[in-house]
Ligand binder design. Structure first.
Ligand code: F58
Length: 840
């Protein structure tokens, strides 16, 4: 049944402007007042900034609603193929301005807000960003949703509606302090609950065999607990198209019927406990990046949202009038890392146990549905679950995994006859020590495509962590270099640069980023360079003001803005950057009149709450900053700033203001990086190692416009294989020795030699990320940066060329490749009869 066939609006098109769809300034102004009055229930004189923000958000939401409804309607057409993006994280960032841009109503809304005597920027800044992700992986999912809509691809994102997203970070006495992120406390105008599509999810208990009424032997899962998943839908607008896809996030609740059962037998407190357990599942995002802990609740989260998603997809498929043996024709299901990999076993269970499908058919459907993206090479980030824990939560899935494994290993035996090593490594079960389920192996066996996120990363995946799978099924492996959306990271974040670019080459580049190439011809134009530089300077001034407000530190907008923002992790080497700062500081102390390029070092990023070394690295940055910023000899030539609570909103401020982008991970450790792309697009030059997508950025912008340093991946491997001894570097390098000794003597810790001892000990005796081995190369390269910055004209030229040559790093390019090579899905433009008839 087509639920919209009788849409009264469709049959009664709007031909005059009304308060829900009208776009004239007058109508928008009236709509704002209307929402304040009737939705917020406030008179203007009693309304808070937030009330006005919410009213405005509803005005905008109204205007995307017809597009959203007709995009949803398309999902239900029998032959619409849909991309289903499964991700435990979606780091969306604020919606309001993004939607204004995509709907192309920014000017009208700005004017209506102004005529309502309100400040546009104040309302925009009011929005609390949904921080439902840790870092790159979650943000990538958000960029990909944007591109899917902008490219008019029918897509559904599925994830978890965490009540508390990534913690808010405060810095007290130089240390990170975590606070809960109460993003929902003042209401979320961008979501619509859909309780009528709620599903139930089982957990725990045991399985038992039975014979069904057709005489078939089957298995029944008798759960210990049932939870309800309620979907909350958020619209994902495309840029200047009708497509508005849906991000469907699931909230866990206790099912009424279930706690009544307990209640009836008199166990009231038991019922309350149960309710708490159920609601806990979607309570909070785990704040670890690149490090997994085998926590029971985390497994429950993963299973919960994946089960909800697959049940929802099955409902959609059946509603569109098709049979389940064609599920893989309806949906291309992308696994964003191994977090949703349990979906392979869950789809098997749903098809076999709940929809009576035979194993072979179910496996055929399942293994043609899933595709898997790997985002990491770090061994500590590879998900494994102890068999005990797994069996306690998902007893039926454990049986199914054993059966998948049995059949899989039979095939492996044929291919690698007599080679036990292959069998051990390919097995879904790790039998060494405490037995565990290997989620990457499950994802590989159950997927028809396996991809890495940058060219180097994909090669390393094939030659290291998934080598055996590559040898077994090379045809499954492919690379999809990451990308970022120019709508958020240029148009929204950097309107001034956007306008300048569009004034020269038109605005087609926003949809076709390769067209930025057209800027190359202006790289030598003195007038254009001047404008380019003035814009950068004005943005730097704004950031300087923000830094002053936020940290009390005064920075010089004319100094070089040297930026390192990303999660805090040893492999990302924030400490290497600090060693550079101390090196410059020592030069000044030795020779106070030394001529060096004034720099402002801007750091930002969160440390996982349980990662002591990362937290100490934050303290290291802030402590060095305290000394350097206040030493009169420095004469403000160096300023070190750690901006608390780095998030999407702050990213939008900092990328446009940056002149030097720090991408200094140990070669072979950063899968891709995506911040590197955002900087480059906004005209920052990169200092970086040959790691992740840095390699491809350098290829695109030209080696002469990129500051390269450091060991290459094979060199790092070789160094370590030959017994790397960091102490040798300390011993033989006077400057490095002076830097580390200064720290050891407590110069940055009020004389306390203990504070940074763990950091120093680690560097001098282990140094797993070869910081000391790369130190001198980094310093030398930074000296070249210093020299290059002195020639402002040439620096600007390089800056323009960087922006002009980043076309490849649009997420539109990435998504087009996924669509063509993996998903086999084509654009499906959405028609909206309300508008189309009105226009006719
Ligand atoms: C990141 N991974 C990679 N993981 O580190 C980065 O190189 C890459 O550009 C990005 O993915 C997108 O492909 C990442 O952000 C996480 O945050 C996980 C969160 C959940 C636990 C395991 C890490």
């Amino acid at each position: 049944a087509d639920p919209l066939a009788n849409d009264p609006l469709a049959n009664c098109p709007i031909t005059i402007e009304d308060d829900r769809t009208g776009l004239s300034v007058e109508t928008l102004r009236r709509a704002l007042a209307d929402h304040l009055y009737y939705i917020q229930g406030k008179l203007p004189e009693h309304a808070s900034k937030n009330d006005f923000y919410l009213a405005l958000a509803f005005v905008v939401r109204d205007r995307l609603m017809p597009r959203w409804l007709y995009s949803k309607k398309n999902y239900l057409q029998p032959d619409t193929r849909i991309v289903s993006y499964l991700s435990a994280e979606f780091l969306l960032g604020p919606h309001l301005e993004n939607n204004l841009i995509n709907l192309d109503i920014q000017d009208e809304v700005r004017q209506a807000v102004q005529e309502s005597n309100l400040d546009y920027q104040v309302l925009i800044d009011q929005e609390e960003e949904p921080g439902l992700g840790n870092g790159g992986l979650g943000r990538l999912a958000a960029c990909y949703m944007d591109s899917l809509s902008s490219l008019e691809i029918p897509a559904l994102g599925y994830g978890i509606r965490y009540e508390f997203g990534i913690f808010d970070q405060d810095i007290r006495d130089g240390w990170q302090v975590e606070m809960t992120d109460k993003w929902l406390q003042f209401g979320n105008p961008w979501e619509i609950a859909r309780p009528s599509f709620a599903v139930t999810v089982k957990l725990g208990g045991h399985t038992e065999p039975y014979v069904d009424n057709q005489g078939q032997y089957k298995v029944r899962w008798v759960p210990a607990q049932i939870v309800k998943g309620i979907p909350y839908d958020t619209p994902i607008t495309g840029y200047k198209v009708n497509t508005v896809n849906t991000l469907r996030l699931w909230k866990s609740e206790a099912p009424e019927s279930f706690d009544f059962q307990v209640f009836n037998v008199g166990d009231y407190y038991g019922a309350v406990d149960q309710k708490i357990v159920s609601e806990n599942i979607s309570k909070v995002l785990y704040p670890n990046d690149e490090q997994v802990q085998g926590k029971e609740l985390r497994l429950m989260q993963q299973f919960f949202f994946v089960s909800c998603a697959l049940q929802d997809m099955i409902r959609i498929h059946l509603t569109s009038g098709r049979r389940l043996n064609t599920f893989h024709e309806k949906f291309a299901v992308q696994l964003n890392d191994t977090h949703p990999a349990i979906g392979v076993a869950e789809l098997m269970r749903l098809l076999i146990d709940e929809h009576d499908m035979a194993w072979d058919t179910a496996w055929d459907v399942t293994s043609r549905s899933f595709a898997f993206t790997n985002h990491t090479l770090l061994p500590e980030a590879l998900e494994k679950w102890s068999v005990d824990l797994f069996g306690r939560i998902l007893p039926r899935h454990l049986e199914i995994i054993y059966e998948i494994n049995r059949r899989f290993l039979d095939q492996v035996r044929v291919k690698f006859m007599g080679d036990e090593g292959h069998l051990e490594r390919l097995s879904l079960i790790d039998e060494s020590g405490h037995r565990s389920v290997r989620m990457a192996n499950l994802a590989c066996v159950g997927s028809y495509s396996i991809n890495g996120v940058a060219a180097l990363h994909t090669e390393l995946v094939k030659s290291t962590i998934l080598k055996d799978f590559y040898e077994l099924s090379p045809e499954k492996f492919n690379n999809k270099t990451n990308g970022v959306t120019p709508r958020r990271w240029m148009v929204q974040a950097n309107p001034r640069l956007t306008n300048l670019i569009s004034s020269k080459i038109g605005d087609n580049w926003i949809k076709h980023l390769h067209e930025l190439k057209g800027l190359e011809q202006y790289a030598d134009d003195p007038g254009f360079r001047h404008e380019w530089r003035q814009i950068k300077l004005s943005i730097k001034r704004d950031l300087a003001e923000h830094i002053q407000r936020r940290t009390g530190i005064t920075v010089n907008p004319e100094s070089m803005f040297d930026v390192l923002v990303k999660r805090i992790h040893e492999y990302k080497r924030q400490h290497l950057k600090v060693l550079h700062i101390i090196t410059l500081y020592n030069r000044i102390k030795a020779n106070p009149d030394i001529d060096l390029t004034p720099r402002t070092f801007i750091f930002g990023g969160k440390a996982a709450p349980g990662y002591a070394m990362a937290k100490l690295m934050i303290k290291f940055v802030t402590s060095v900053g305290d000394v350097v910023n206040n030493d009169p000899d420095v004469r403000d030539r160096l300023k070190v700033v750690f901006l608390p609570d780095y998030n999407v909103t702050f990213g939008q401020r900092v990328y446009p203001a940056a002149e030097l982008s720090e991408q200094i991970s140990t070669a072979g450790k950063e899968a891709s990086g995506t911040g590197n792309m955002k900087f480059s697009m906004n005209g920052a030059l990169t200092i970086g190692t040959l790691d992740g997508a840095n390699i491809e950025i350098r290829e695109e912008v030209g080696a002469e416009n990129f500051f390269l340093f450091g060991l290459k991946t094979p060199e790092v491997q070789e160094l370590k294989a030959n017994g790397y001894n960091p102490w040798d570097y300390y011993d033989s390098n006077e400057t490095l020795k002076a830097v580390l000794d200064l720290v050891a003597h407590g110069h940055f810790s009020h004389g306390d030699p203990e504070l940074f001892r763990p950091l120093l000990d680690n560097l001098l005796h282990h140094d797993p990320f070869v910081v000391l081995a790369d130190y001198q190369a980094y310093i030398d390269c930074q000296d070249q940066v210093d020299q290059a910055y002195r020639d402002q004209d040439n620096w600007t030229r390089m800056s323009i060329l960087n922006a002009a040559r980043t076309g490849k790093f649009s997420s539109d390019r990435s998504i087009s490749e996924y669509c063509e090579d993996i998903w086999k899905v084509k654009p499906l433009p959405v028609t909206v009869p309300i508008y189309d008839q009105a226009q006719a």
